[in-house]
Each structure stands twice: as C-alpha cells, then as structure tokens.
Design a protein around this ligand. Structure first.
Ligand code: ADP
Ligand code: MG
Length: 729
C-alpha cells in the first residue's frame, strides 16, 4: 500500500500519464484493468505523438486545443468505441438535479444514397448543445433562451456505458448556459480546484520548499453507505418506489440493538451483488477497494481509493448508478436515501478530502520532513479557520430534505460544524497557541525537545465518529454529506472555503516574512501568524461526544451556528460574505450562487411535498381501508358475542380502542391534506410553511399509521413491515 501511495518525484512520462487517470498524486493504480475507459495509455497508443502531446498540454496546463487536434482525437475515440461495440455517443453531465444527464447520438448517420456513414467530429467531441430548458436553472435562463452548452472536460476520462445490451461512449462535460453561467455541478468544482491550487501554491512559496510545484489538487475519497432490500418488498411499498424511503413502519422487535450486523459476515446474495458492482466499476476505471456491512441491518458500504476531486466526483456518480443498476439482477433494490427506515441508522457519504502537489506530496500529511511540519501546521490551521469562518456555507452544502433526518436529529453527525483533531494534534495546537512548541511530551508519543518543530505521528489513535469534520491521519473526513448527494457541491464548497482561508493566511505570511529566506525568521513569523489564527478560531475545535446535549449548549455558548434543518441552512448560502467569497475566487457569480440557493430550496419543497402526497395516498387508499375492514370484523365480534348471550365488554373495549386509532388516522390525514393544500407564493415562505406545517403533519400521520400497524391483524396489513424488509439475507 505504502508504495502505491508514494508518488514522489521522478516519474517517467509513462507514470505521469497513468497518474493523470487518478490525478497527479492519487494512488498510482495500473489502469489497464479499466477496459471501458479511453485511458491515457490507450490514447498514447492510438494517437499520433504530436496530437497526444497537445492533449497532455491541454490536460496539464489548460492550453487551448485546436480544432484539428480535436478532430484527430475524436476519430481515434470513435474507432476505439466502435471496436468495443459502441453505437452511440453522449455528452455526460451533472445538471443541478443532482443526477447525471445524457442524450445519445448515433455514430452512424444515414446518407441520402441509402448507405450510412459513421461520424464523430472534433466539434461534436468538444461541444454539445442539449436542449437545456427542462433542467433547473434557478432563474438564470428563461425558457425562451433555453440554449445550454456542454463542453468536454478532458481531465476526466471518457468511458463506455454498458446498459440494456447497448454500449454508449460517454464524454464527461461541463454544462453552461449560452451566457456562460454554470448550470451544473462540475463547472464550479473545476473552478474551485483552480482557486485552491493558486492559493496553496502561495503558501508553499512562503516556505520556499517544493519549488517544483506547479499545481495543487484537491483529492476526494468517498465512502458510500447504502441499504439493500428484497425487490419484492420494494415494489409493494409506494413510499419506497416514489420516495426511496419508508414513510410508515412500526418499530421491529429486532433493529440494530444487537450490534451484530456491523462488519458481520456478508450474506451471499449481497456479496454476489457487491462483486458484480465492483466488476462493472473496475471496468469503468473506478478504483473500488473496500466493502463491508454497516451498522444497521441491511446496510452496507463501498469505498474506492481517493482520486483527484473532479474525477472522484464523476466516479462517485458512476458508483451510485452502478449500484442501482446491478441490484435488481440479484432480486435486490439499492436504497441510497439518507434515512430509509425510522429507528435505525441512516446512510451518509464520508467525503475524505486533502490536497496534493503535482510532485506527489500530500499537504495534510504530518509526517514529512521536520521543516515541512510547520508547513503542515499552516495548512491545518488554514482548514480549521475555513470551517469556523464558513461553517454556514459548509453546513448548507450538505442540506437537503433527506439529510435533515440525520443531521440535527440525534444521529451522526450533528448539524454543528466542528473540527476533530485527535489528542496529538490538539496538544500541538495548544502548545503552538501558547508559545513555542518545544517542550517534550513524556510517554514517547512526541518529542518536541530535540527539534524546534514537532514530529507528529501519522495516526492519532482515536477516531471520533460523532464529529462532522475529523482529521483522520493525513486527510479530513467530512461526514455530514448525505448518502444520495452528489459530492461535487460539498467538494466545491470545501475547496473554496479553504482557498479563501489560504489566501488570508498567505497574505499575512507574505507580509510577515517579506523577502527573507532565513528559515529561522520564517519560522518565527509563521508561528506568530498561526498563533493569532488559533486564538481566534479554536472555538470550532471539539473532540468530545457530538451527540450530547452538553455539546449543543457548549457550541451555543461558543457562538457556533447550529442549523438543525435545511431551510435555515440553505438561506445562509447567499449571505454577503459567501457571495463575496465565491465571486473573489471566481467559483460562482452572485447570479450562479443565488440560482443554486433557489434550486436547492425548490428541491426541498418538492421532495417533502411528494412524500406528503404519497403518505396521504397510502393512508387513504391502503391503510384506512384495511383499518375499516378490521373495524367491521371487530364489530362483528361484538355482535356475535352479544348474540351468544355472552359478556361482550372486552370485545367492545377492543373495538372502541380501534375506533380511537382510526379517528386519529382520519384526523391526521385531514391535517396533512390541509397543510399540503397551502402554497405560499414566495419560495422561502413556502419552504418555511412546508417545514413548519407539512413535516409535523406527516409525523403525526405516521404516528397514527404506526399505531394501527401494531393493532391490525398481519393478514390485513397492506404493506410489508419493517420486520419483513429488514430481515433479508
Ligand atoms: P474509514 O471507513 O475508516 O473512514 P476507509 O478506509 O473505508 O476509512 O476510507 C477512507 C477513504 O479515504 C478511502 O476512500 C481513501 O482512499 C480515502 N483517502 C485516503 N487518503 C486520502 C487523501 N489524501 N485524500 C482524500 N481521500 C483519501
Ligand atoms: Mg469513514
């Protein structure tokens, strides 16, 4: 493993190419396994030397590509794709729906003379023009100017999508409006990576080290949690089919209290599913690595090796799609919702994040040479500051109706954005704050005496699972991201807030250090700057149990924001400071940011209303009729008992209890329908009304339905129960 991860200098050209598949410094995996990817290796084999070099210049330095070069690449791509059975090609992009989009065109075009010619030009590769009118734009575009363009992102590899017996060449693209505004998730991610790179290089310059660094890349490794349930049950539940989660369901006698599922042996049907997913993903170049059972029954996890943020983000979309696609072949349904079942753990996506130089150094790896440790601490402190200053936008980046069931709902992790460092780093930060970290910490953990700067162990022993943002060895792990989320947006926000913080730190350092190359002077200047920042932002550091009420109170005292639900979180997106930041680093204009806030709030409303209407429909057409049937049965019992001249008191009491439950069902159903019927015009008002009226009404209806589930005979209960669904093997 260590040799795989070690990407130090001295790459041959060949190695450099391989790494571009995964980003400059991500694990150097041999991409020859990626049969369905037009890898750099394949390109090198198939393209004329000069064309291949021109492509590398575009990928590495962003040089413009000439139409002639694009034509040659397109021709080679088409040839390769058709040899692999592809009949169509598509620009593949990530509109703001949170899904991916594709529109296929055939390679073969019929000729008037009755034959067909195969066509795929450089311009078709580089630019597409899908009808953009039906994608969310958040007001950027009126439908009459619906033009949108897709533009080839040549840093993310082209691949073949095999589905339904067909093969399609997929070209990762950015999606922008005709006026140039980003209509997708990829464009701002790429811009944020650029911003991060520029600011990180300024810091490196201060330290004078790594002078060969020309680029710093954000790296992402995303752990995907998911549920699998038997497909037969899935189809019998309108809520699962429509909303990807259960809206009703009484607590089963056995949930996760036995803690027997986590890392348990994987059921054979599930492992068959997992390995098929892995095979498909491997062909697509996704470096899948880890699989295991998760905490809740029927919950599992898949984790690939980390890659350059942009590629990891594309690959993450492929991971979700592959899981959804493969599960039915095993009679399973893959559920990516953040909280499919009440009462047991929900699913998240841990987004591991770091920064790497093009020379192969992980900037968050504490175990470098002594002189670079101060550099490490600078990056570390900059990230801490970023989370404190921009807790609002970071929280907003993971806000969704679905994620509300996790964050702030007494489940991992809380909605308060805090940073976990672990014992070692906390200690060093404390020492740094109060002066010169020189003293020797006994116990053999740290020796600060011999050197002016601390040597820090790579892995601090503990791993706090309750922290939303934890330092885990040589990267940060952002755990608040929802399982169904596209990681591009949280990734964009992370990159941008850290770029902003690095800019701040770099400015202070450049001023303090001046032109000096005297390491001693640099060190003293850096220490002073870091001390000031630590003093100001240490309130965001928290290593304790994030689930406790005390933390909520402490965080409040410290003045940390705590947006427990999405509407208030999303409304912070367009705060003045956020608009200014995204603008300054050219990640999003004011219009682009506002449009995103609009789209996310709109999505929140739609998602909750779809759930509300589904709940109402199920209650009215499935639950109530079943309850009424049972009511008749109970009434018949009373009548028959009386007719037999027996004491019917118990039977009558039973019936009355049931009538009470039915009445509660009717009442809560009416309340929900009334709440759904209101439509405040203004979008923020509507979202607030949905949050304050519709959601509580749904909860009340659910309580009534779940109560009935415990009362009705099993043969009358119209939908599969938790007990059934959560026991598949
Ligand atoms: P755990 O479940 O204990 O959190 P895993 O090993 O399942 O850990 O996942 C850790 C993830 O972090 C993997 O996807 C791994 O590739 C990723 N990762 C490791 N180093 C980095 C890094 N420098 N940048 C981004 N992600 C990283
Ligand atoms: Mg993790």
């Amino acid at each position: 493993m260590s040799t795989l991860l070690n990407g130090k200098n001295g790459h041959t050209t060949h190695h450099r190419m391989e790494m571009f598949m995964n980003g400059p410094t991500a694990p150097r995996v041999d991409q020859s396994f990626a049969e369905d990817v037009f890898t750099f290796r394949v390109m090198q084999q198939r393209l004329p030397k000069d064309v291949y070099r021109a492509l590398l210049r575009t990928v590495e330095h962003g040089d413009a590509m000439t139409p002639a070069t694009a034509d040659v690449i397109a021709a080679a791509m088409k040839e390769w794709a058709m040899e692999h059975g592809a009949t169509h090609y598509t620009h593949w992009f990530q509109p703001l729906t949170g899904l991916t989009a594709e529109k296929h065109d055939a390679f073969l075009t019929p000729d008037p003379d009755g034959t067909a010619i195969s066509e795929f030009s450089g311009s078709a590769l580089v630019r597409g023009e899908p009808d953009a009118s039906s994608f969310p734009s958040g007001g950027i575009r009126a439908t009459f100017e619906a033009r949108g363009y897709t533009a080839w992102d040549c840093t993310s590899p082209v691949f073949l999508n095999r589905n339904g017996g067909t093969v399609t060449l997929c070209i990762p693209t950015a999606f922008v409006s005709w006026t140039g505004e980003a209509l997708d998730k990829k464009t701002p991610l790429l811009r944020s990576m650029q911003a991060l790179s520029e600011q990180a290089i300024r810091i490196l310059k201060v330290f004078g080290a790594d002078t060969g660094v020309t680029a710093v890349t954000a790296t992402l490794g995303c752990e995907q949690e998911y549920f699998l349930i038997d497909r037969e049950y899935y189809f019998r539940r309108e809520d699962l089919v429509t909303c990807d989660r259960t809206l009703f369901g009484a607590k089963p006698p056995k949930g996760q209290q036995m803690e027997d599922h986590y890392f348990g042996s994987i059921p054979s049907r599930v492992i068959a599913f997992m390995s098929e997913v892995e095979r498909e993903l491997t062909r697509l170049g996704v470096p899948v690595k880890t699989r295991h059972n998760e905490v809740a029954p029927c919950q599992f996890e898949l984790a690939p090796l980390f890659e350059t943020a942009n590629i990891a983000s594309d690959h993450q979309m492929l991971v979700m799609e592959a899981m959804k696609r493969v599960a039915p072949r095993h009679g399973l349904q893959c559920i990516l919702h953040e909280k499919p079942f009440k009462g047991i753990n929900g699913s998240g996506k841990h987004v591991n994040w770091s920064m790497s130089t093009n020379t192969g150094a992980n900037l968050l790896d504490p175990r470098d040479e002594t002189h670079t440790n101060m550099q490490f601490l600078t990056f570390l402190v900059a990230v801490i500051r970023a989370v404190d200053v921009h807790a609002d936008i970071l929280r907003a980046s993971v806000a969704s109706a679905a994620n509300d069931h996790r964050l702030g709902a007494n489940e991992a992790p809380p909605a308060i954005m805090s940073v976990f460092l672990g014992d070692m780093l906390t200690d060093i930060i404390e020492q740094l704050e109060s002066g010169n970290p020189r003293k020797t910490l006994k116990g053999g953990k740290l020796d600060l005496g011999a050197r002016t700067l601390p040597q820090i162990p790579r892995h601090s022993g503990d791993r706090n699972r309750t922290s939303p943002f934890a330092f885990t060895g040589n990267k940060f792990e952002f755990r608040a991201v929802g399982s169904s989320a596209a990681v591009a947006w949280p990734g964009t926000v992370l990159n941008t807030i850290v770029a902003d913080s690095l800019d701040y730190v770099a400015t202070l350092l450049e001023r303090a250090v001046g032109g000096t190359t005297d390491t001693k002077k640099i060190e003293i200047a850096v220490r002073k700057v870091l001390q000031g920042i630590i003093k100001q932002h240490k309130r965001v550091l928290f290593d304790g149990d994030g689930y406790t009420a005390e933390w909520q109170a402490t965080a409040k005292k410290r003045g940390l924001p705590n947006h427990r639900e999405s509407v208030s979180a999303l409304c912070t997106m367009t705060a003045k400071k956020n608009i200014a930041m995204f603008k300054k680093f050219k990640v999003l204009s004011k219009v682009e940011l506002e449009s995103r806030e609009h789209i996310f709030i709109e999505k929140y409303i739609k998602q909750v209303l779809i759930e509300a209407e589904t709940a109402s429909s199920m209650a009215r057409t499935q639950i109530l009729p079943a309850a009424l049937r049972h009511q008749t049965e109970l009434a018949e019992v009373v009548a028959a008992t009386e007719a037999a001249g027996l004491d019917a008191d118990a039977a009558r009491a039973h019936l009355e209890g049931h009538l009470g439950a039915v009445k509660a069902l009717r009442g809560t159903l009416e309340r929900l329908d009334a709440a759904v019927a209101k439509h405040p015009e203004e979008i923020h008002k509507h979202a607030t009304q949905v949050r304050d009226e519709v959601r509580p009404a749904m909860a009340a209806l659910r309580a009534a339905v779940d109560e009935l589930e415990t009362r009705l005979p099993r043969d009358l209960w119209p939908i599969p129960s938790y007990r059934e669904m959560l026991l598949i093997r």
